[in-house]
Design a protein around this ligand. Sequence first.
Ligand code: PLP
Length: 448
Amino acid sequence: MAGTSILPNESIEWLKAAIAREESSYAAANPKSSKAYSAACAYMPGGNTRATVYYPPFPLAIERGENGKLYDADGHEYLNFVGEYTAGVYGNDASMLSTVLAAIGEHGTLLGGPTEHEAKLAELICKRWGYDKIRFCNTGTESNLLAVGLARNVTGKPGILSFNHAYHGGAMVFMDGPGPLNAPFDVTLSDYNDIEGTKAIIEANTDKLAAIILEPMMGAGGCIPADVEFLQMLRDMASAHNIVLIFDEVMTSRLSPGGLQARVGVKPDLTTMGKYLGGGFSFGAVGGRAELMNRFDPSKPGALSHGGTFNNNIASMIAGYIGLSEYFTEEACAELNARGDVMRERLNDIAAAAGVPVQATGVGSLIALHLCAGKIRRPADTNSPGSAEFKRLYLLYMLNRGFYVTARGMLTLNLHTTEGFIDAYLKAYIAFLDEFGPALTEAISATS
Ligand SMILES: Cc1ncc(COP(=O)(O)O)c(C=O)c1O
């Protein structure tokens, strides 16, 4: 393939043939995963209860995780670069798990009343991320619904502004326009990082917009950071027009000790959180300014009644507190993100040296790979020809060589991602670009 006579469209066909070869190696190496998938299909649609973790021909059946590694049903060991889609900061740390389980065992799990555990976790999170008050729930999806519901109530307005290709959980998906299962909010969409266009949309809709919701770095959309000026414009417009600015930091709160908002220096009115903050158990939260959050105070007349059987569940509250106070401390957080910044730089250096237009985007410990020659400022910029083939081939190639990676090209580091893990991964990445780089470079100019 290194020859220059191959046309871009032929490169795509060549990549498809390479995918077929990797896929047949994958199927041959994973008969138990295949069998587990077929059995699961009997009672779950597509053998699946979480769309994100499906990929064809069948996903690996993961049996166990410990200290940054995962083990599948066929006995393979993987270095874990999925990190449970950012929830897995702790990398299944064995010592943390036994501490957490012992602590849960001392209390029981269903106590039917307030406990010291939620109060301790609330104090820890509020102090570290700079919120006046916080409210817990069970998932990131729920936290966004709660934040938007609060904004609609305090402003008395119905609408929300979100961004094309944003993902705010299963009830607020805007990847290809509003998702069919979305909550029926009145949503207006703009383009991420488009200052002038977004400003015009806000100005035309000040009477109806209750909230602007966005991630300060698009996560599922491809680890694309927002420009600080864009965030500042949203801050100014929200303040000027009685609109609640919500940062969805479900993924990004791990990117500095005070979240990505502290790193970029723009403060929203409300922040939603989730994922790793439950210490390995389900978690969601909304934190922010007291005058907004106090609307949930049930001792006050006219309070917004926010229930939830498991909002203060013992497992998440205890594990969340132990994880944050003993493992993902401010120092550990800073160190992990510095390691991610170095890895991203190395990925970009490797691609540049190979002359292949694969870019590593992101911030700190969250990275995404894109086959893309131009500047990436929003997800639509990454739809290059050959991009789908690149992601598919990369996924199968890495899985076949013991690196657990995501189908979307996202990499996340966890507290057990050592320099040794990163070096091993980069070695495989260099080999991947050696073998497929020329075809990928050609493919990008293909026409459909
Ligand atoms: C930015 C963002 N918001 C919200 C969610 C939803 O969180 P959960 O899956 O816990 O409902 C996700 C999940 O990936 C997310 O990435």
